[in-house]
Design a protein. Structure first.
Length: 81
C-alpha cells in the first residue's frame, strides 16, 4: 500500500469513521470506544486541514507578490531555498 497523505485520503478516512459510528451492531462499550476514536481522528483531521490552509495561503501569497525573485521562509516550502 502506498502513502495515503492527500486531502482526498483524509476524506476517505473520515467517511469510513462515520460508517463505523453508524454501525448499529456495536455494543454500548464498542460504540463508546469508537466515539473516542472518532474524536482523535477529528482532531488530527482538523490539524491536517489547518496545515493545508497555511500551505495554500503561502502558495497564493507567492503567486500574488510583486517580487517574483523573493523567497518564502523555508518552513513554508518543501525545504528548498
Amino acid at each position: 500500500m502506498g502513502k495515503r497523505d492527500t486531502l482526498g485520503d483524509l476524506t476517505d478516512h473520515l467517511f469510513a469513521e462515520l460508517e463505523r459510528l453508524g454501525d448499529e451492531s456495536l455494543t454500548p462499550e464498542e460504540l463508546g470506544a469508537e466515539i473516542e476514536r472518532s474524536k482523535a481522528i477529528s482532531s488530527i483531521a482538523q490539524t491536517v486541514i489547518n496545515n493545508a490552509n497555511v500551505v495554500l495561503k503561502a502558495a497564493m501569497f507567492q503567486d500574488d507578490r510583486m517580487d517574483a525573485n523573493g523567497k518564502l521562509p523555508r518552513m513554508l516550502t518543501d525545504g528548498q531555498e
